[in-house]
Design a protein around this ligand. Structure first.
Ligand code: ATP
Length: 386
C-alpha cells in the first residue's frame, strides 16, 4: 500500500511551455483521488511525471515518504491505464493480461493463477482466449484494467479511461471502477476532464487549470464552497449563473434579478469594491406561486420564460434578462467564458422540480432565491469572498 506526495512539482518543456506549476498534494493510502480539468490543463503531464514517463523540472514526488523522481518507470510499482487501452491486437485477452507478469519474469503457475483471478474479478473469464478486435469497447477497457491490476501495483493511475465509451457504458464502467477500488483498496489517481465522472468517483478531487491546482477537496466541498470563479464555473451542470452586482451603501444590487439586499455578513473584503461577481446555481431558484411564499431571506423577480428543457424529473427553464450594468470583467471571459456588455441579454438557467412546476415558453414566472445561496467573487482576482 502507498501514499503519493507531490511537493511543488513543476514541468517546463524545452520550448518554454510550463505545463504544471508548483503542484502539491498528497494522495492518502487507499484513496481514490481525481485530477480534473479542461483539455490542455496539464493532467496527462502530471500523471506522466508520477509514473516516470516524463521528468520533473523541479519539485519532489514521494511514495511512502521516499523520493522517486529518479526511478525508472519499471521500478515505480505503478500501473497506468491509457485512454486508448493500448492492447496488443495479435495477443489473446489472456496474453494481454499476462504480459506484465511475463516481463517481470513471474513463474508460469503463478501467472496462470493471477490471470485467472484477475479475469474473474473483471468478468472476463469467458473471453480469455479471444482477440481484442472481437471485444466491445467496455470489454477492451476491462482487459486494459486487468493488465494493470494483475501486477498488484502499489499505485493505480488511470488517464481518461472511459472517454472512448458511449454514455451508457461509461456509467456502467464508472460503477464497476468504484466497486473494483472498494475491493482492491489500491491508491488510485484518476484523470478526467469530465466533472460528473470526477464528482461521482472521487474521495477527493484536485481541480487543475492552466497547469495550476486551483482547489483540492471532497466533491461536496468543491461544489458548495468553490474557492474561485473557475472552480465555481467548472463544477456543476448546467453551470452556475454569474452576473455583476453593484455595492451601494453596504447593499448588493442587480436590478434585472430584483437583487437588493444587505451584503452577507461573513463576506471577506480585503479592500473595498464597487461591485462583485455573484454566482447562483440553477437549482437554487424557486418558482413562487403566491405572496405567502415570500420571506425576508428571499429575493424575487418576474421573468419571461424563453425556453424550457424537460429532463424527466427536472425542468431547465431559461430566462433572458436585459443587462443595465455590466462593468469590464475580463475575468469572467477568462475563467468561465462569459463575455457580455451593457445592453446585451443575459441568459439565466433555473433548474426546477418537474413534478410540481408547470411552466412553458412565453409564460411570466416569479422566480426567487435565498440570499444565503449566493456565491460572491472578487471581480479582480476571481477569488471567493464568502
Ligand atoms: P488533454 O485532456 O487534452 O489530454 P491535458 O490536460 O492532459 O490535455 P497535457 O497533455 O498535459 O494536458 O498538456 C499540457 C500543456 O503542455 C499543453 O499546453 C500542451 O500543449 C503542452 N505540452 C504537452 N506536451 C508537450 C511537449 N512535449 N512539449 C511542449 N509542450 C507540451
Amino acid at each position: 500500500m502507498a501514499s503519493v506526495e507531490l511537493d511543488k512539482v513543476t514541468k517546463q518543456f524545452s520550448d518554454g511551455t510550463v505545463a504544471i506549476k508548483d503542484a502539491s498534494f498528497t494522495i492518502a493510502d487507499g484513496e481514490f483521488f481525481i485530477l480534473v480539468g479542461p483539455s490542455g490543463c496539464g493532467k496527462s503531464t502530471l500523471l506522466h511525471m508520477i509514473v516516470g514517463l516524463e521528468e520533473t523540472s523541479s519539485g519532489e514526488i514521494r511514495v511512502n515518504g521516499q523520493m522517486i523522481n529518479h526511478l525508472d518507470p519499471k521500478d515505480r510499482n505503478m500501473a497506468l491505464v491509457f485512454q486508448s487501452y493500448a492492447l496488443y491486437p495479435h495477443m489473446s485477452v489472456r496474453e494481454n493480461i499476462a504480459f506484465p507478469l511475463i516481463m517481470a519474469k513471474v513463474s508460469k503457475p503463478e501467472i496462470i493463477r493471477r490471470v485467472e483471478e484477475t479475469a474473474a474479478i473483471l468478468e472476463l473469464s469467458l473471453l480469455l482466449d479471444s482477440k481484442p478486435r472481437i471485444l466491445s469497447g467496455g470489454q477492451r477497457q476491462r482487459v486494459a484494467i486487468g493488465r494493470a491490476i494483475v501486477r498488484n501495483p502499489e499505485v493505480f493511475l488511470l488517464d481518461e479511461p472511459l472517454s472512448n465509451l458511449d454514455a451508457r457504458l461509461r456509467n456502467q464502467m464508472r460503477i464497476e471502477l468504484a466497486r473494483l477500488h472498494k475491493r482492491l483498496g489500491t491508491t488510485t489517481l484518476y484523470v478526467t476532464h469530465d466533472q460528473t465522472e470526477a464528482m461521482t468517483l472521487g474521495d477527493r478531487l484536485a481541480i487543475l487549470n492552466k497547469g495550476v491546482i486551483q482547489q483540492i477537496g471532497t466533491p461536496f466541498e468543491l461544489y458548495q464552497q468553490p474557492c474561485n470563479l473557475f472552480v465555481a464555473g467548472f463544477m456543476g451542470s448546467p453551470a452556475m449563473n454569474f452576473f455583476p452586482a453593484r455595492i451601494k451603501d453596504d447593499q448588493l444590487c442587480f436590478e434585472p434579478l430584483g437583487l437588493q439586499t444587505a451584503i452577507p455578513g461573513h463576506t471577506d473584503f480585503s479592500k473595498p469594491l464597487d461591485y462583485v461577481i455573484v454566482g447562483i446555481r440553477p437549482e437554487d431558484f424557486y418558482v413562487l406561486s403566491n405572496e405567502n411564499d415570500r420571506s425576508e431571506q428571499l429575493i424575487a423577480f418576474d421573468a419571461q420564460v424563453d425556453r424550457v428543457e424537460w429532463l424527466g424529473a427536472e425542468l431547465l427553464v431559461y430566462i433572458r434578462l436585459k443587462i443595465d450594468f455590466w462593468p469590464d470583467m475580463s475575468i469572467l471571459v477568462r475563467d468561465v467564458g462569459l463575455e457580455k456588455k451593457q445592453g446585451d441579454m443575459l441568459e439565466v438557467i433555473a433548474r426546477l422540480d418537474a413534478t410540481s412546476t408547470i411552466v412553458k415558453k412565453g409564460d411570466t414566472v416569479t422566480l426567487g432565491f435565498n440570499i444565503d445561496k449566493l456565491h460572491l467573487f472578487d471581480p479582480n482576482t476571481g477569488d471567493r469572498l464568502i
